[in-house]
Design a protein around this ligand. Structure first.
Ligand SMILES: Nc1ncnc2c1ncn2[C@@H]1O[C@H](COP(=O)(O)OP(=O)(O)OP(=O)(O)O)[C@@H](O)[C@H]1O
Length: 269
């Protein structure tokens, strides 16, 4: 399969500290990839290089046959969307307005007002926030705000689909504030988007959720990718112990797409 995004030998250093060290990965259309690892492992720094927000100190990111940093911002916005960890909105926008902002690309082909509304409504329905459309964003709970941000990212890509370019969706800890049902809903929505042809890349902390729902996992520790591949191929007792310093009691691969609970115990000493 051809990679939509190809990162080679990415390193990022600041103030004499190397945050990401020689990481290579491919993101392919149709696949949901999770980046896992402990706090401070370099996951967000890696994601920010993949999205183009940070320029690697060493290495390069290619999107299709172009180098990421040569793609103009307006065109990049039609090809990749990013849901960041926390997004505050200063002005008293409604949720509908927060999602609709994602459609306001200056190079967007003219669309009728009703067509715009349809895309916003569709994205809000995917994130289960349609019932919050008229609420002020700043009055929502953390989990509700997170789902609105997911809708915003989905809206950005759906409204750019008319350009016919391959698209990538990046999600930085998209389930961190969500209840169990909405965690499963969001990961299922991400999977549906991947099945529809997007490359989806999500930073997750829930190893269970990743094992049962994603196609590929990249495990990071201390800035390096220490394992990558299919969940069943790389998530075992020794990898989890090495990366998270936690012993797994049971590690049975679940049936595809089903949630399950993996009992953990803290390593003694
Ligand atoms: N601008 C910076 N200057 C110095 N250190 C930084 C800077 N940005 C991040 N770091 C450090 O780099 C390391 C990696 O940060 P990063 O946010 O990529 O980790 P992460 O794996 O996403 O962690 P988390 O799971 O906690 O979100 C952390 O130790 C962080 O404190």
């Amino acid at each position: 399969m051809t990679a939509l995004v190809s990162a080679r030998s990415l390193s990022y250093a600041i103030g004499g500290k190397t945050l990401v060290d020689d990481v290579s990965l491919d993101l392919e259309a149709g696949l949901l990839t999770a980046i896992l690892g402990p706090n401070g492992a370099g996951k967000t720094t890696l994601l920010r290089m993949l999205t183009g927000e940070l320029k690697p100190t060493i290495g390069s990111v290619r999107m299709g046959d172009e180098t990421l940093h040569t793609i103009p911002a307006w065109r990049l916005a039609t090809r990749r969307a990013v849901m960041t960890q926390a997004t505050s909105v200063t002005f008293p926008f409604t949720c509908y307005e927060v999602v609709r902002i994602a459609m306001q690309s200056p190079r967007r082909k003219a669309a009728s007002a009703s067509a715009m509304d349809d895309t916003v409504v569709e994205a809000m329905a995917v994130a289960d926030v349609l019932h919050l459309a008229d609420r002020f964003y700043h009055t929502l709970s953390g989990g509700e705000q997170q789902r609105v941000q997911f809708a915003r990212a989905v809206c950005q890509l759906k409204s750019s689909a008319q350009f016919g370019m391959p698209q990538v969706l990046y999600l930085d800890e998209p389930t961190s504030n969500l209840d169990l049902r909405h965690q499963l809903m969001l990961i299922a929505a991400a999977r549906t988007l991947a099945t529809a042809g997007l490359a989806v890349c999500a930073i997750l902390h829930d190893v269970n959720l990743a094992c049962s729902h994603v196609d590929r996992i990249v495990m990071m520790k201390s800035g390096r990718a220490v394992a990558s591949g299919r969940p069943a191929a790389i998530v075992d007792r020794s990898t989890v112990r090495n990366v998270f310093d936690v012993d797994i009691l049971v590690c049975e691969p679940p049936p595809a797409g089903t949630p399950y609970v993996l009992p953990f115990t803290q390593r003694p000493g």
